[in-house]
Design a protein around this ligand. Structure first.
Ligand SMILES: NC(=O)c1ccc[n+]([C@@H]2O[C@H](COP(=O)([O-])OP(=O)(O)OC[C@H]3O[C@@H](n4cnc5c(N)ncnc54)[C@H](O)[C@@H]3O)[C@@H](O)[C@H]2O)c1
Length: 247
């Protein structure tokens, strides 16, 4: 009998990462939820305890790459790693002419550099995993240039898409599949803080399917990509946007 599958999810305290963590736990995965938001993680830990799900809380700042080695040791101690979901991300509403070098660097550090070096650190553990999978969360903005200005965000997410393909080629000989989900506009804390409820509602008219994405729409695709049903898919972007962008 196979042992329980394990997954590490960054950005697990909120939105898409949180919904994904819950779905993995419902499926019986051992989940390590990482985030810089400790109270959001604690909230998830309480839910896990109430449902007798296996959940490990890990405070992690994607910018603090010096802490990744410690995380590696902890996961190694617990056993194997089968799935890595790079979901943590930041996005502000800063217009192109107001973008500062500091915000540019921070956006790239959280959205791209951190996920790349965390993945690099964890690949040796994934090599030992069962049917191992890496899933990144990119964005429709990386394909379209963004729905509003936000240049650092869209550029960082375009680079995530390139990273997904690059990692897929590197990891294929080890049997590790690497894919990404590319969400359109989803109703989460990120977009509510940026656009507000009213601003978000304005986007509905631009979506052929007539509504914004919910975190669950994205999380369900992440779960599929982690499953054996997706066993011959690697290096791909799965667009989940209600028809808002058609490559
Ligand atoms: N909501 C959308 O419309 C949308 C669209 C496309 C892509 N995405 C992507 O989906 C992912 C999840 O976003 P969401 O919409 O669920 O937003 P969210 O704000 O609800 O969740 C993002 C999570 O990332 C965490 N995070 C931020 N900075 C971090 C850091 N330095 N270290 C560790 N964790 C950090 C936050 O604390 C939060 O829990 C992001 O990568 C985002 O870019 C979202």
């Amino acid at each position: 009998m196979k042992t329980r599958r394990s997954v590490l999810i960054t950005g697990a305290a909120s939105g898409i990462g949180r919904d994904t963590a819950i779905r993995f736990m419902e499926k019986g995965y051992r989940v390590t939820g990482c985030d810089v938001d400790g109270s959001g993680l604690k909230n998830l830990a309480v839910m896990a305890q109430e449902n007798q799900w296996e959940f490990q809380l890990q405070i992690l700042d994607m910018i603090r790459m010096d802490t990744f080695a410690q995380l590696y040791k902890q996961i190694e101690k617990e056993g194997k790693l089968d799935v890595l979901v790079n979901c943590a991300g930041i996005c502000s509403g800063t217009e192109l002419d107001e973008m500062s070098p500091g915000e540019w660097d921070r956006t790239f550090a959280v959205n791209l550099k951190g996920p790349f070096f965390l993945t690099q650190k964890l690949i040796p553990l994934l090599k030992e995993g069962d049917e191992p999978v890496i899933i990144n969360v990119s964005s429709m903005a990386g394909f379209t240039g963004g729905i509003q200005s936000n240049p650092a965000y869209s550029c960082s997410k375009a680079a995530v898409t390139c990273m997904t393909k690059n990692l897929a080629k590197f990891c294929a000989p080890f049997g590790i599949r690497v894919n990404e989900v590319s969400p359109g506009t989803a109703r989460t804390a990120m977009t509510k803080n940026w656009l507000g409820e009213e601003g978000l509602s304005e986007f509905v008219g631009r979506v052929p399917l007539g509504r914004l994405a919910e975190a669950a729409d994205i999380a369900k695709v992440i779960i599929f990509l982690a499953s054996e049903d997706a066993g011959f898919i690697t290096g791909q972007s799965i667009h989940v946007n209600g028809g808002m962008y058609m490559p």
